[in-house]
Design a protein around this ligand. Structure first.
Ligand code: DC
Length: 225
């Protein structure tokens, strides 16, 4: 059985960057499942399909050929052979990804694909439903969060560094809207699995968060880092 570490949490909890660092320390791969939903969303946007239209999204989601590849240990997310890893990071795709991920037909496909990938190698998998659906038997489950204000502050700072001047209030409002959509959908909403360890990073540095997660992993798997 490959080593599987599940990390779930809301928007801007730092899952992706923390997960990258933990995976590097453990010499395992990191599967960012949000990138897969984003790629389905990009497919819908490119084909003029409204992400809120359940019937049309469900009818066409099987056409989106979403695959994950690893280059120098880093995930590249592919749509029909095209590397879309950078194209899926826009605000428009974020909003569309949150919308299409409500639909059961999309989730069924993504969950099946993610289980297949997770079975192939030692992996840290991050998302919203990894501990509650994709890998319910994962030996290590972490729920990583922080207050909405702190998550919005982090996101705001990152965006400013990239030259995106969206005001803090708007960043916070968008984050709250995406949280609400992810937590209130009917199929596999974002929630902490009963057997997941809670890491509230509000007052922690990224290094402290990485160390806290590694400590949980070592409790279960022994010393690896
Ligand atoms: O992690 P992220 O922000 O890149 O994810 C984009 C959207 O995809 C997120 O708003 C909800 C959805 N998602 C999901 O429903 N289940 C997952 N396992 C991962 C992401």
């Amino acid at each position: 059985m490959p080593m599987n570490i599940a990390i779930d949490g809301p928007v801007g909890a730092g899952k992706s960057s923390i997960a990258d660092q933990v995976a590097q320390r453990l010499h395992i791969l990191h599967l960012d499942t949000g990138a897969m939903y984003r790629t389905v969303a990009l497919y819908m946007l490119r084909n003029g399909i409204d992400p809120q239209d359940e019937q049309t999204v469900s009818a066409h989601c099987g056409e989106a050929d979403v695959r994950v590849a690893y280059r120098d240990g880093a995930q590249r997310t592919m749509l029909g052979g095209e590397d879309v890893s950078d194209l899926i990071r826009t605000g428009e795709v974020s909003t569309a990804a949150s919308a299409i991920s409500k639909w059961p037909a999309v989730r069924r496909r993504m969950v099946a694909a993610q289980r297949e990938i997770a079975a192939t190698a030692d992996m840290l998998i991050d998302g919203r439903d990894i501990g509650t659906r994709v890998l319910i038997d994962a030996p290590v489950k972490i729920f990583l969060t922080a207050t909405p204000e702190e998550r919005a502050r982090r996101r705001y700072r990152q965006q400013i560094e990239k030259g995106d001047m969206t005001p803090y209030e708007q960043v916070l409002a968008e984050l709250n809207a995406r949280d609400a959509q992810d937590m209130n959908r009917e199929t596999d909403p974002l929630r902490q699995a009963e057997d997941a360890g809670l890491v509230d990073s509000t007052n922690m540095t990224p290094e402290q968060v990485v160390d806290a997660i590694i400590a949980v992993v070592e409790d279960v798997y022994g010393k690896r880092a």
